[in-house]
Design a protein. Structure first.
Lengths: 105, 274
Protein backbone atom coordinates (compact mmCIF):
# COMPACT_ATOMS: atom_id res chain seq x y z
CA UNK A 1 0.00 0.00 0.00
CA UNK A 2 2.81 2.32 0.95
CA UNK A 3 4.52 1.68 -2.35
CA UNK A 4 1.35 2.51 -4.25
CA UNK A 5 0.90 5.94 -2.71
CA UNK A 6 4.57 6.52 -3.35
CA UNK A 7 4.15 5.57 -7.03
CA UNK A 8 1.19 7.89 -7.32
CA UNK A 9 3.19 10.75 -5.83
CA UNK A 10 6.18 10.19 -8.11
CA UNK A 11 4.03 10.00 -11.25
CA UNK A 12 2.26 13.21 -10.29
CA UNK A 13 5.60 14.96 -9.91
CA UNK A 14 6.66 13.71 -13.34
CA UNK A 15 3.43 14.93 -14.93
CA UNK A 16 3.89 18.33 -13.35
CA UNK A 17 7.38 18.59 -14.90
CA UNK A 18 6.04 17.49 -18.26
CA UNK A 19 3.37 20.16 -18.14
CA UNK A 20 6.03 22.82 -17.63
CA UNK A 21 8.08 21.82 -20.69
CA UNK A 22 5.19 21.32 -23.11
CA UNK A 23 5.05 24.39 -25.38
CA UNK A 24 1.34 24.97 -24.76
CA UNK A 25 1.71 24.22 -21.03
CA UNK A 26 -1.09 21.67 -21.34
CA UNK A 27 -0.69 18.01 -20.59
CA UNK A 28 -3.03 16.91 -23.36
CA UNK A 29 -0.54 18.24 -25.91
CA UNK A 30 2.37 16.30 -24.49
CA UNK A 31 3.20 13.32 -26.66
CA UNK A 32 4.75 11.18 -23.96
CA UNK A 33 1.92 11.33 -21.40
CA UNK A 34 -0.40 8.66 -22.88
CA UNK A 35 2.60 6.37 -23.25
CA UNK A 36 3.74 6.89 -19.65
CA UNK A 37 0.27 6.29 -18.27
CA UNK A 38 0.00 3.11 -20.33
CA UNK A 39 3.31 1.86 -19.04
CA UNK A 40 2.43 2.68 -15.45
CA UNK A 41 -0.89 0.88 -15.74
CA UNK A 42 0.91 -2.12 -17.14
CA UNK A 43 3.07 -2.40 -14.04
CA UNK A 44 0.33 -1.49 -11.63
CA UNK A 45 0.11 -4.94 -10.08
CA UNK A 46 3.82 -5.34 -9.67
CA UNK A 47 6.07 -2.39 -10.24
CA UNK A 48 8.95 -4.84 -10.23
CA UNK A 49 9.60 -5.26 -13.91
CA UNK A 50 10.56 -8.79 -14.88
CA UNK A 51 10.33 -9.54 -11.17
CA UNK A 52 13.83 -8.11 -10.92
CA UNK A 53 13.52 -5.69 -8.10
CA UNK A 54 10.86 -3.86 -6.16
CA UNK A 55 10.36 -0.28 -7.16
CA UNK A 56 12.13 -0.41 -10.49
CA UNK A 57 9.34 1.49 -12.21
CA UNK A 58 9.31 4.12 -9.48
CA UNK A 59 13.05 4.52 -9.75
CA UNK A 60 12.87 5.03 -13.50
CA UNK A 61 10.02 7.54 -13.22
CA UNK A 62 11.93 9.37 -10.50
CA UNK A 63 15.12 9.46 -12.56
CA UNK A 64 13.30 10.81 -15.59
CA UNK A 65 11.56 13.40 -13.40
CA UNK A 66 14.98 14.44 -12.06
CA UNK A 67 16.23 14.80 -15.63
CA UNK A 68 13.36 17.06 -16.69
CA UNK A 69 13.50 19.14 -13.54
CA UNK A 70 17.27 19.66 -13.62
CA UNK A 71 17.27 20.57 -17.30
CA UNK A 72 14.49 23.09 -16.72
CA UNK A 73 16.25 24.61 -13.71
CA UNK A 74 19.51 24.79 -15.69
CA UNK A 75 17.82 26.71 -18.49
CA UNK A 76 16.16 29.05 -16.00
CA UNK A 77 19.45 29.83 -14.24
CA UNK A 78 21.25 30.33 -17.53
CA UNK A 79 18.59 32.70 -18.71
CA UNK A 80 18.76 34.63 -15.46
CA UNK A 81 22.52 35.07 -15.29
CA UNK A 82 24.25 34.32 -18.57
CA UNK A 83 25.54 37.22 -20.71
CA UNK A 84 23.17 39.91 -19.55
CA UNK A 85 25.77 42.68 -19.88
CA UNK A 86 26.30 45.32 -17.23
CA UNK A 87 23.68 45.35 -14.51
CA UNK A 88 22.22 48.47 -12.94
CA UNK A 89 22.96 49.35 -9.32
CA UNK A 90 19.46 48.26 -8.28
CA UNK A 91 19.82 44.89 -9.95
CA UNK A 92 23.21 44.25 -8.41
CA UNK A 93 21.99 45.23 -4.96
CA UNK A 94 19.00 42.96 -5.45
CA UNK A 95 21.20 40.02 -6.40
CA UNK A 96 23.21 40.13 -3.19
CA UNK A 97 20.21 40.97 -1.04
CA UNK A 98 21.00 44.61 -0.28
CA UNK A 99 18.79 47.68 -0.46
CA UNK A 100 19.63 51.13 -1.76
CA UNK A 101 19.68 54.06 0.71
CA UNK A 102 16.42 55.53 -0.60
CA UNK A 103 14.54 52.21 -0.75
CA UNK A 104 11.90 51.60 1.90
CA UNK A 105 13.13 49.23 4.56
CA UNK B 1 54.29 59.23 -26.72
CA UNK B 2 51.43 60.74 -28.72
CA UNK B 3 53.47 60.79 -31.87
CA UNK B 4 54.20 57.12 -31.62
CA UNK B 5 50.48 56.29 -31.40
CA UNK B 6 49.72 58.38 -34.47
CA UNK B 7 52.52 56.69 -36.27
CA UNK B 8 51.26 53.27 -35.23
CA UNK B 9 47.75 54.01 -36.47
CA UNK B 10 48.93 55.35 -39.79
CA UNK B 11 50.97 52.21 -40.34
CA UNK B 12 47.92 50.12 -39.53
CA UNK B 13 45.70 52.06 -41.91
CA UNK B 14 48.20 51.69 -44.71
CA UNK B 15 48.33 47.99 -44.04
CA UNK B 16 44.52 47.95 -44.05
CA UNK B 17 44.48 45.95 -40.85
CA UNK B 18 42.81 48.80 -39.03
CA UNK B 19 39.43 48.03 -40.53
CA UNK B 20 39.72 44.37 -39.81
CA UNK B 21 36.99 43.85 -37.19
CA UNK B 22 38.67 41.11 -35.16
CA UNK B 23 41.70 43.25 -34.53
CA UNK B 24 40.00 45.68 -32.20
CA UNK B 25 36.88 43.90 -31.06
CA UNK B 26 37.40 41.14 -28.63
CA UNK B 27 33.85 39.79 -28.60
CA UNK B 28 33.46 36.12 -29.24
CA UNK B 29 31.38 35.06 -32.20
CA UNK B 30 29.17 32.04 -31.71
CA UNK B 31 27.23 30.37 -34.51
CA UNK B 32 23.57 31.40 -34.41
CA UNK B 33 21.35 28.93 -32.59
CA UNK B 34 18.87 27.35 -34.99
CA UNK B 35 15.25 28.40 -34.54
CA UNK B 36 12.55 25.86 -33.97
CA UNK B 37 11.64 25.14 -37.60
CA UNK B 38 9.03 22.47 -36.98
CA UNK B 39 5.61 22.30 -35.42
CA UNK B 40 4.73 18.74 -34.72
CA UNK B 41 6.99 16.09 -33.25
CA UNK B 42 5.99 12.46 -33.65
CA UNK B 43 7.22 8.97 -33.02
CA UNK B 44 6.81 6.49 -35.82
CA UNK B 45 7.27 2.78 -35.53
CA UNK B 46 8.45 0.79 -38.49
CA UNK B 47 7.99 -2.74 -37.31
CA UNK B 48 10.37 -5.10 -35.52
CA UNK B 49 10.62 -2.86 -32.48
CA UNK B 50 12.43 0.09 -34.04
CA UNK B 51 11.23 3.64 -33.68
CA UNK B 52 12.12 6.93 -35.35
CA UNK B 53 11.40 10.56 -34.48
CA UNK B 54 9.85 12.87 -37.06
CA UNK B 55 9.70 16.67 -37.07
CA UNK B 56 6.83 17.67 -39.38
CA UNK B 57 7.12 14.30 -41.14
CA UNK B 58 10.89 14.61 -41.65
CA UNK B 59 13.05 12.07 -39.90
CA UNK B 60 15.54 13.24 -37.30
CA UNK B 61 19.12 12.38 -38.23
CA UNK B 62 22.31 12.23 -36.20
CA UNK B 63 25.20 14.66 -36.86
CA UNK B 64 26.87 11.79 -38.71
CA UNK B 65 23.97 11.63 -41.15
CA UNK B 66 22.43 8.39 -39.93
CA UNK B 67 18.74 8.10 -39.15
CA UNK B 68 18.10 8.31 -35.39
CA UNK B 69 16.78 4.81 -34.83
CA UNK B 70 15.75 3.63 -31.38
CA UNK B 71 14.86 0.22 -30.11
CA UNK B 72 12.82 1.19 -27.08
CA UNK B 73 9.45 2.85 -27.30
CA UNK B 74 9.73 4.81 -24.05
CA UNK B 75 13.14 6.13 -25.05
CA UNK B 76 11.76 7.22 -28.42
CA UNK B 77 8.97 9.11 -26.67
CA UNK B 78 11.41 10.68 -24.23
CA UNK B 79 13.54 11.96 -27.10
CA UNK B 80 10.49 13.25 -28.96
CA UNK B 81 9.51 15.11 -25.79
CA UNK B 82 12.98 16.60 -25.65
CA UNK B 83 12.59 17.98 -29.19
CA UNK B 84 9.10 19.20 -28.41
CA UNK B 85 10.38 21.03 -25.33
CA UNK B 86 12.52 23.38 -27.46
CA UNK B 87 10.43 26.51 -27.46
CA UNK B 88 11.86 29.18 -29.78
CA UNK B 89 15.40 28.02 -30.40
CA UNK B 90 16.87 24.54 -30.51
CA UNK B 91 19.33 24.25 -27.65
CA UNK B 92 21.18 21.10 -28.55
CA UNK B 93 23.58 21.40 -25.63
CA UNK B 94 20.74 20.71 -23.20
CA UNK B 95 19.41 17.63 -25.01
CA UNK B 96 21.45 15.00 -23.24
CA UNK B 97 19.32 11.99 -24.20
CA UNK B 98 19.47 12.85 -27.90
CA UNK B 99 23.20 13.49 -27.62
CA UNK B 100 23.74 10.12 -25.99
CA UNK B 101 21.77 8.29 -28.70
CA UNK B 102 23.71 10.18 -31.39
CA UNK B 103 26.98 9.11 -29.80
CA UNK B 104 25.92 5.48 -29.70
CA UNK B 105 24.75 5.46 -33.33
CA UNK B 106 27.58 7.52 -34.85
CA UNK B 107 30.30 6.26 -32.50
CA UNK B 108 32.58 9.24 -33.29
CA UNK B 109 35.49 7.93 -31.21
CA UNK B 110 35.36 4.54 -32.95
CA UNK B 111 35.24 2.73 -29.64
CA UNK B 112 34.16 -0.83 -29.03
CA UNK B 113 32.86 -2.61 -25.95
CA UNK B 114 36.30 -3.70 -24.83
CA UNK B 115 37.89 -0.24 -24.89
CA UNK B 116 34.87 1.27 -23.12
CA UNK B 117 35.25 -1.27 -20.32
CA UNK B 118 39.01 -0.67 -20.04
CA UNK B 119 38.34 3.04 -19.84
CA UNK B 120 35.75 2.52 -17.09
CA UNK B 121 38.05 0.21 -15.11
CA UNK B 122 40.70 2.93 -15.02
CA UNK B 123 38.30 5.02 -12.95
CA UNK B 124 38.42 2.49 -10.10
CA UNK B 125 41.87 3.62 -8.98
CA UNK B 126 40.99 7.27 -8.78
CA UNK B 127 37.41 7.07 -7.60
CA UNK B 128 36.14 10.15 -5.75
CA UNK B 129 34.76 8.23 -2.80
CA UNK B 130 38.15 6.62 -2.06
CA UNK B 131 40.03 9.82 -1.27
CA UNK B 132 39.39 11.36 2.13
CA UNK B 133 40.52 14.76 3.26
CA UNK B 134 43.50 14.93 5.61
CA UNK B 135 43.38 18.67 6.25
CA UNK B 136 39.95 19.31 7.61
CA UNK B 137 38.77 17.00 10.38
CA UNK B 138 35.13 18.08 10.12
CA UNK B 139 35.12 17.27 6.42
CA UNK B 140 36.81 13.93 7.12
CA UNK B 141 34.07 13.02 9.58
CA UNK B 142 31.41 13.98 7.06
CA UNK B 143 33.08 11.92 4.36
CA UNK B 144 33.33 8.92 6.67
CA UNK B 145 29.65 9.22 7.50
CA UNK B 146 28.44 9.64 3.93
CA UNK B 147 30.89 7.68 1.78
CA UNK B 148 31.64 4.69 3.98
CA UNK B 149 28.20 3.02 3.66
CA UNK B 150 28.46 3.29 -0.14
CA UNK B 151 31.87 1.65 -0.22
CA UNK B 152 30.73 -1.05 2.22
CA UNK B 153 27.79 -1.84 0.00
CA UNK B 154 30.06 -2.01 -3.04
CA UNK B 155 32.58 -4.28 -1.35
CA UNK B 156 29.84 -6.59 -0.18
CA UNK B 157 28.12 -6.79 -3.55
CA UNK B 158 31.26 -7.58 -5.51
CA UNK B 159 33.09 -9.44 -2.74
CA UNK B 160 36.02 -7.07 -3.00
CA UNK B 161 38.19 -5.29 -0.47
CA UNK B 162 38.76 -1.80 -1.81
CA UNK B 163 40.14 0.49 0.90
CA UNK B 164 39.94 4.26 0.99
CA UNK B 165 43.00 6.41 1.62
CA UNK B 166 43.63 9.73 3.35
CA UNK B 167 45.60 12.51 1.74
CA UNK B 168 47.34 12.28 -1.60
CA UNK B 169 48.54 8.68 -1.44
CA UNK B 170 47.37 6.42 -4.24
CA UNK B 171 44.72 3.75 -3.77
CA UNK B 172 45.44 1.03 -6.28
CA UNK B 173 42.91 -1.70 -6.90
CA UNK B 174 44.27 -5.21 -7.25
CA UNK B 175 43.98 -7.08 -10.52
CA UNK B 176 41.48 -9.51 -8.94
CA UNK B 177 39.09 -6.68 -8.15
CA UNK B 178 39.38 -5.38 -11.68
CA UNK B 179 38.71 -8.81 -13.10
CA UNK B 180 35.55 -9.24 -11.03
CA UNK B 181 34.36 -5.83 -12.06
CA UNK B 182 35.23 -6.38 -15.72
CA UNK B 183 33.05 -9.46 -15.65
CA UNK B 184 30.20 -7.39 -14.24
CA UNK B 185 30.58 -4.64 -16.85
CA UNK B 186 30.63 -7.23 -19.62
CA UNK B 187 27.01 -8.06 -18.82
CA UNK B 188 25.97 -4.63 -20.11
CA UNK B 189 25.34 -3.91 -23.77
CA UNK B 190 27.33 -1.43 -25.86
CA UNK B 191 24.74 1.41 -25.59
CA UNK B 192 24.47 0.91 -21.83
CA UNK B 193 28.25 1.19 -21.45
CA UNK B 194 28.15 4.48 -23.33
CA UNK B 195 25.52 5.68 -20.86
CA UNK B 196 27.58 4.45 -17.93
CA UNK B 197 30.64 6.29 -19.25
CA UNK B 198 28.66 9.54 -19.28
CA UNK B 199 27.51 8.96 -15.69
CA UNK B 200 31.00 8.02 -14.48
CA UNK B 201 32.71 10.95 -16.18
CA UNK B 202 30.30 13.37 -14.58
CA UNK B 203 30.17 11.86 -11.11
CA UNK B 204 33.94 11.20 -11.25
CA UNK B 205 33.13 7.95 -9.54
CA UNK B 206 32.32 4.51 -10.82
CA UNK B 207 31.29 3.31 -7.37
CA UNK B 208 28.58 5.97 -7.09
CA UNK B 209 27.41 5.24 -10.64
CA UNK B 210 27.06 1.53 -10.00
CA UNK B 211 25.28 2.33 -6.76
CA UNK B 212 22.78 4.42 -8.72
CA UNK B 213 22.47 1.75 -11.36
CA UNK B 214 21.48 -0.77 -8.71
CA UNK B 215 18.89 1.65 -7.34
CA UNK B 216 20.68 1.91 -4.02
CA UNK B 217 20.68 5.72 -4.04
CA UNK B 218 18.77 8.33 -6.03
CA UNK B 219 20.40 10.63 -8.61
CA UNK B 220 20.15 13.62 -6.30
CA UNK B 221 21.94 11.73 -3.57
CA UNK B 222 24.67 10.48 -5.92
CA UNK B 223 25.35 14.00 -7.20
CA UNK B 224 25.39 15.31 -3.64
CA UNK B 225 27.92 12.66 -2.58
CA UNK B 226 30.05 13.38 -5.62
CA UNK B 227 30.13 17.08 -4.75
CA UNK B 228 30.44 16.48 -1.01
CA UNK B 229 33.45 18.71 -0.44
CA UNK B 230 31.98 21.55 -2.50
CA UNK B 231 28.73 21.33 -0.54
CA UNK B 232 30.68 21.38 2.71
CA UNK B 233 32.71 24.41 1.65
CA UNK B 234 29.68 26.36 0.40
CA UNK B 235 28.05 25.83 3.76
CA UNK B 236 31.01 27.55 5.37
CA UNK B 237 31.75 30.23 2.83
CA UNK B 238 28.46 30.99 1.14
CA UNK B 239 26.68 29.78 -1.91
CA UNK B 240 26.51 31.49 -5.30
CA UNK B 241 23.54 30.56 -7.39
CA UNK B 242 25.12 31.14 -10.79
CA UNK B 243 28.06 28.95 -10.00
CA UNK B 244 27.25 26.27 -7.44
CA UNK B 245 23.59 25.75 -8.24
CA UNK B 246 24.18 25.90 -11.98
CA UNK B 247 26.87 23.26 -11.66
CA UNK B 248 24.62 21.12 -9.47
CA UNK B 249 21.63 21.06 -11.82
CA UNK B 250 23.86 20.53 -14.84
CA UNK B 251 25.44 17.51 -13.20
CA UNK B 252 22.05 16.19 -12.15
CA UNK B 253 20.60 16.47 -15.61
CA UNK B 254 23.59 14.73 -17.22
CA UNK B 255 23.68 11.88 -14.73
CA UNK B 256 19.91 11.34 -14.75
CA UNK B 257 19.93 11.33 -18.57
CA UNK B 258 22.61 8.67 -18.50
CA UNK B 259 20.72 6.55 -15.97
CA UNK B 260 17.40 6.89 -17.81
CA UNK B 261 19.17 5.82 -20.97
CA UNK B 262 20.74 2.75 -19.35
CA UNK B 263 17.48 1.67 -17.75
CA UNK B 264 15.50 1.99 -20.94
CA UNK B 265 18.14 0.25 -23.00
CA UNK B 266 18.44 -2.71 -20.70
CA UNK B 267 14.73 -3.38 -20.34
CA UNK B 268 12.80 -5.78 -22.43
CA UNK B 269 9.26 -6.83 -21.91
CA UNK B 270 7.91 -10.29 -21.54
CA UNK B 271 4.21 -10.54 -20.86
CA UNK B 272 3.09 -13.71 -19.20
CA UNK B 273 -0.58 -14.58 -19.14
CA UNK B 274 -2.00 -17.03 -16.70
Amino acid sequence: MMSQTNAFFVIRQLLSELRKITPTQKLKHSIIVPHILNQCRKYKVTDAQLCKKRGEMIFLVNTYRCYLESTRRYKELLEKYHSKGERSIEQTADMVGFKLPHDPK
Amino acid sequence: MNRSIVHYQSVLSTLKIYNYPLFFQSTRKYPATPKRFYRKVDVISNGNNSYEITLDKKKVKTPGGNVLKLYNETLAFAIATEWDAQKDIIQRSSMHLTALCNTVIDNPNKTDKHSLITNLLNFLDTDTVLYYSDEDNELYKLQLKEWMPILDWFNEKFQTNINPVRGISFSCCSEDVKQIFEHYLNSYSFPCLHGLTLAVENLKSIILSVCCLNQKISIEKAVLLSRLEEEYQTENWGRIEWSHDLNLVDLQSRVSAALTFIHLNSEFNVVKTM
